[in-house]
Design a binder for this molecule. Structure first.
Ligand code: GLN
Length: 478
């Protein structure tokens, strides 16, 4: 039996009595195990706990599908979300054997909705990267073409869905890490509004930017996932009290009169010609379906990569200070003094990119440089938020490419951090401003590599954003 690709398809099988959760989970695990050597998408496969959870649902699945939106659905989550009793490595040697005592709220909510966690997905170490080549546990490969990267940092979670192992998974997005791999792998990836989803139990990279969100093969399934994981959490003071609307019922496909803003700043130099053509064609399809296309401006686009890499690394340098060999994970052998313990533990535990970022961030925060770098970056960040406020006076959603190019080859950019960082130009802005954005497949390059269009919404306007994405998906599949 091949694993069905959507939540609805699996629920139909359950409803018809044609499959049980145990059977679905067994097939899923078999596929995951068979593909993992080739794709390296998983760090831990929770075979036993998944099988137990599935068996416990076998008898009650008929009633469960009526009440639980994810009843019997196998899911994968990125390995920077804590899972009680299941190793959580963050793709780092420093947490190589870390088993958390608690589960992240978003994961707990999936499980409460009936989902079955089958595996923890590989990622760039501490979510720092755009290709999933920075994992201490090896590079992840793109299932569309294994010579290419899947994007990052949530590469493993994207591959889990793109390879057809599970219908949905969770990633985290600090500067594009859900949207860019979704684009590279040809699936849907959503970064919710900052505060929409609890970050409790998500190992922090840059706390003012981090947000958990879903990967799926369809906008509908992404909406289903968002419904489950959204909402205030008393364990995360930055999670919002904003009302959680019914995202599924917002998917009418009607976008008559919807104003779609197109910022020329996101179609300039450095944009691959094929990506431009496909994204422009996608915008034309939105128009055919009744949307009104308007020009808007994001005038600070040229600064966003610099601003992002100052703020993200500054926050990372502070967040990662806790990995000192005293409290969590790896500890060096026979330290000669306390500072020797810190130094050697961190030297042995962190990879090159994480070290680079800690140094960059520490530098940007250090006295004498703080005003010139960190503070200045914060000021530009405020201007970016203002750019969106202005743009959203003229439109309801904004359309841009998700990434300037399709997936690149493994190894192509790994020795050139700056080239890698520049690829984040269209995605980091939304994290800096806190607005939601979704990547939806809109075609492929002549080499057969997927291309995504990014749709951006105003704060807490995911319902309208997802409906725009849904309308495009409908139009595109005709
Ligand atoms: N590529 C960006 C970075 O390396 C974004 C990563 C992310 O969103 N976690 O920081």
């Amino acid at each position: 039996m091949s694993t069905p690709l959507t939540i609805e398809e699996i629920h139909k099988l359950y409803a018809a009595g044609e499959a049980t959760p145990s059977e679905i989970v067994r097939t899923t695990l078999e596929k995951i195990e068979a593909d993992n050597e080739r794709l390296n998408a998983y760090l831990t496969i929770s075979k036993e706990s998944a099988s137990i959870a599935a068996a416990a649902m076998d008898n009650e699945i008929q009633s469960a599908i009526q009440t639980k939106p994810l009843a019997g659905i196998p899911v994968v989550v990125k390995d920077n979300m804590c899972t009680a009793g299941i190793r959580t490595t963050c793709g780092s040697r420093i947490l190589g054997n870390y088993v958390p005592p608690y589960t992240a709220t978003a994961v707990q909510k999936l499980q409460a909705a009936g989902a079955i966690l089958v595996a923890k997905a590989n990622l760039d170490e501490f979510a720092m990267g755009s290709s999933t080549e920075n994992s201490a546990f090896g590079t992840v490969r793109n299932p569309v073409n294994t010579d290419y990267v899947p994007g990052g940092s949530s590469g493993g979670s994207a591959v889990a869905v793109a390879a057809g192992h599970v219908p949905v998974s969770l990633g985290s997005d600090t500067g594009g890490s859900i949207r860019q791999p979704a684009s590279f792998c040809g699936i849907v990836g959503l970064k919710p509004t900052y505060g929409r989803v609890s970050r409790y139990g998500l190992v922090a990279y840059a706390s003012s930017l981090d947000q958990i969100g879903p990967f799926a093969t369809s906008v509908k399934d992404a909406a289903r996932m968002l419904q489950v994981i959204s909402g205030h959490d008393r364990h995360d003071s930055t999670s919002s009290n904003a009302q959680v609307p019914n995202f599924l019922s917002a998917l009418t496909g009607n976008i008559k009169g919807l104003r779609v803003g197109v910022p020329p700043e996101c179609f300039g130099e450095g944009l691959d010609a094929e990506v431009r053509t496909k994204v422009e064609a996608a915008i034309a399809k939105l128009k055919e379906r009744g949307a009104e296309i308007v020009e808007v401006h994001l005038p600070h686009t040229k600064y966003v990569v610099a601003v992002y890499y100052l703020i993200a690394t500054a926050e990372a340098s502070s967040n990662l200070a806790r990995f000192d060999g005293v409290r969590y994970g790896h500890r060096t052998e026979d330290p000669r003094s306390l500072s020797d313990l810190y130094r050697r533990t961190r030297d042995e535990g962190f990879g090159a990119e994480v070290k680079r970022r800690i140094m960059l961030g520490t530098f940007a925060l250090s006295s004498g440089y703080y005003d010139a770098y960190y503070e200045k970056a914060q000021r530009v960040r405020a201007m970016l938020a203002n750019d969106f406020a202005e743009a959203f006076k003229k439109c309801d959603v904004i359309a841009t490419p998700t990434a300037p190019t399709p997936a690149f080859k493994i190894g192509e950019k790994s020795d050139d951090p700056l080239a890698m960082y520049l690829g984040d130009i269209y995605t980091v802005t939304m994290n800096l401003a806190g607005v939601p954005a979704v990547s939806v497949p809109c075609g492929a390059s002549s080499a057969g590599l997927p291309i995504g269009i990014q749709l951006i919404g105003n704060h807490f306007d995911e319902a309208r954003l997802l409906n725009a994405a849904y309308a495009f998906e409908q139009e595109n599949s005709i």
